[in-house]
Design a protein around this ligand. Structure first.
Ligand SMILES: Cc1ncc(COP(=O)(O)O)c(C=O)c1O
Length: 491
């Protein structure tokens, strides 16, 4: 009949705080059978014994046993009591993983959350983060306070998916003046930063399997976002004139570029290349996502015109952010979209998160309108110019044998190519710098393909101006030797 032991199994049943006791005994025994704790042929405790153990009447237990029997979970044999049915054919449950049974799609195996920058490093040259200490908190608090009253317009109900009209107007006016971008407030869709702008535009335009081109080297989160949406992503080389347009694959449907200030190299795309890119997109019926990155902080030379201005056929989507001019934690950016895709991008934004926080949008609109934004950008431009000049002067005089500073006249970092050290050699320099309390990123980390360039990114958003020289001296020492005993290191 069965080779299971004849002794009843001591199955655990707990009735603490339960009301429907029959049902609870039935439910717990059934669960023990289904999850394999009780196996085919196992003998259940005799009803009298279980009733005594649980301090309930025998009838209560018998009712639960009858139910298991009538549903086929158990069999009853005269002389051998109640056993788990032998024809249940339950496969043993796989061992439960401590983290849960669900598995993400394979693409997420190679996509991780990047650094969250909240650690204090004394000499922090991390790129891409503005100096938040100099943000005009008092002004913002005052303007935001006005939005946090019960009667404030931004508090009731939901807002418009494309954004608060007064902010869309303020953005349209700002980019028309600052960058010459031609747009009406209606063309502006407010987003939670650049990253969401790329997400909703990509969803509106492309589907799984579509081919997207990004710059190599380039900023990582967009290409990983595109991969997660099921697109094929190819990195195309950037040279001294910007993206090498001749190398864009014919079947690309979307090209993501930062022509004004390439990240991380800092290159401005030549006019010749910009025209070639627009012509390429026209000839291949493709779209261009233009990340007009870091252009507010320009110290020298004439700013190059955005691609959006060269676009005659409505294929350029212009993307901007307040992450660098104000605070990355605000999560406010915007896209300027050609009319033909406006409704779809707006619907994508609505279905992503309804809209960006209305009190924040209204505060930002007031901040731009009363001149605080322009004042802050002007102030930061002069702070960053000083830091930029200090860093480039040091690198060109004291580290000229090691690093070639790439020309860049905008932004909050400079890129420098290593003259003598390999990619691994520079990684060792960066590691030695970390031991000396200096945080610095390697250029190779931004490679899309195998073509890793050996060099460093020296950001100046986080480091106070007066700390720059000491930080660079420590960097210089890191080219020469590991941290020596007695030398100042991580504090
Ligand atoms: C090239 C580039 N574009 C845009 C951004 C800003 O992204 P977000 O607006 O999502 O903060 C960054 C941030 O580091 C960046 O490096």
């Amino acid at each position: 009949m069965t080779d299971r032991p004849n002794t009843p199994i001591e199955v655990h049943v707990s009735l603490t705080g339960r009301k429907d006791i029959t049902n609870e005994i039935y439910r717990q025994l059934r669960a023990a059978i289904l999850d394999g704790r009780l196996r085919s042929g196992d003998r259940l405790p005799p009803t009298r014994e279980l009733a005594a153990r649980l301090s309930v009447s025998r009838t209560t237990v018998m009712e639960a046993y009858d139910r298991l029997l009538s549903e086929g979970f158990t069999e009853s044999h005269v002389g051998s009591g109640t056993r788990v049915s032998t024809d249940l054919l339950l496969t043993p449950a796989p061992p439960a993983s401590p983290t849960g049974a669900l598995r993400p799609r394979e693409v997420w195996a190679s996509i991780r959350v990047l650094r969250v920058h909240d650690q204090f490093v004394e000499f922090d040259f991390t790129a891409g983060i503005p100096d938040t200490r100099l943000f005009p908190f008092g002004t913002w608090r005052r303007l935001q306070g006005r939005e946090w009253r019960r009667s404030a317009p931004g508090i009731r109900g939901y807002g418009e998916p494309a954004g608060v009209p007064m902010l869309r107007e303020a953005i349209a006016a700002h980019i028309a003046v600052a960058r010459g971008v031609r747009c009406r407030p209606d063309d502006v869709i407010v987003t939670n930063g650049t990253q969401q702008g790329l997400d909703i535009v990509a969803r509106a335009l492309l589907g799984p399997g579509d081919h997207v081109v990004v710059e190599d080297p380039g900023y990582g989160p967009p290409r990983r976002l595109f991969a997660s949406l099921g697109f094929r992503v190819t990195g195309v080389r950037v040279d001294a004139e910007g993206l090498v347009v001749d190398e864009i694959p014919d079947d690309a449907r979307l090209v993501f570029v930062a022509p004004s200030h390439q990240f991380p190299l800092g290159t401005s795309m030549s006019l010749r290349r910009r025209i070639a890119l627009i012509s390429w997109a026209e000839g291949h019926d493709a779209a261009i996502l233009e990340d007009d990155y870091d252009t507010e902080f320009r110290f020298a030379g004439r700013p190059i015109e955005p691609l959006q201005l060269l676009d005659r056929t409505g294929r350029v989507i212009y993307v901007g952010t307040f992450s660098k001019t104000l605070l990355p934690t605000l999560r406010v950016g915007f896209v300027v979209v050609p009319q033909s895709i406006r409704q779809a991008v707006e619907a994508a934004k609505f279905h992503a998160d309804s809209h960006t926080s209305v009190p924040i949008q209204r505060t930002l609109a007031a901040f731009i309108e009363d001149g605080s934004f322009a004042r802050h950008v002007r102030r930061m431009r002069s702070v960053y110019r000083e830091r930029h000049d200090r860093i480039t002067t040091f690198l060109r005089s004291q580290l000229a044998d090691e690093l070639e500073v790439l020309p860049a006249s905008a932004g909050v970092h400079v890129a420098a190519l290593a003259k003598r050290h390999s990619v691994d050699g520079i990684a060792a320099v960066a590691e030695r710098a970390r031991e000396r309390g200096v945080a610095i990123e390697e250029l190779a980390e931004f490679a899309v393909g195998d073509n890793k360039r050996s060099g460093l990114l020296i950001g100046y958003g986080l480091i106070a101006t007066e700390h720059i020289d000491e930080g660079l001296h420590r960097l210089k020492a890191s080219f020469e030797a590991p941290l020596r005993r007695g030398e100042p290191g991580i504090c």
